[in-house]
Write a protein that binds this ligand. Sequence first.
Ligand SMILES: [Zn+2]
Length: 220
Amino acid sequence: MTTSALAGQHNVRFEQLAEELGAIARLFGSRGWTPATSSNFSVRLDGDHCAVTISGRDKTRLTADDLLLVNLTGEPINAPPGARPSAEAGLHLALYRRDPDIGAVLHTHAPNSVLTTRARPDARTIRLQGYELLKAFAGVTRHDIALDIPVIDNSQDIDALAAAADERLDAQDGICWTYLIRDHGVYAWGPDLASTLRHLEALDYLLGIELELARLGHRT
Ligand SMILES: [Zn+2]
């Protein structure tokens, strides 16, 4: 298939995706998760391509023109002049490459994710244990388990960051749908957009509880 035919085939899907992602961006914006055009979103379109948000755009007014069709190595397909994926698209693509069942990736700079890694500068993982809401993560069916969330040190070298994330996920034992980047934010993924949103919301809620417990002087 030619690149323009491929792009044409995805046009209708882009309109629909722009609406769905725009609604998510407005929700995140109302929660203060995406300050100053930070955050980026992506959705897998097929085995080799995904739609990623274009760098620097206001995601709360997302249209199909704010989405870019790229292959899984990040090359734009039929992109308008000057359009480039978000700088951090490399992290989204690394996730899609490692698991063909990942259908969507959402990244935000939600305060609870930044606060958690700032408050615990030596933590390599954040353990969440015993919460009923752990069942919001796909594959978790009981509250009385522990979920370890990897924490990766921040870097401006996206390839190095992607390699570090891959290494941590390879070593991960058990269910993992999110990781934190220290002093930066959170990545969440899932089989589709709805489950990815659920994972992100559940993580933020649980990190909020852990932070509040720490404020109250409870050891977590
Ligand atoms: Zn970021």
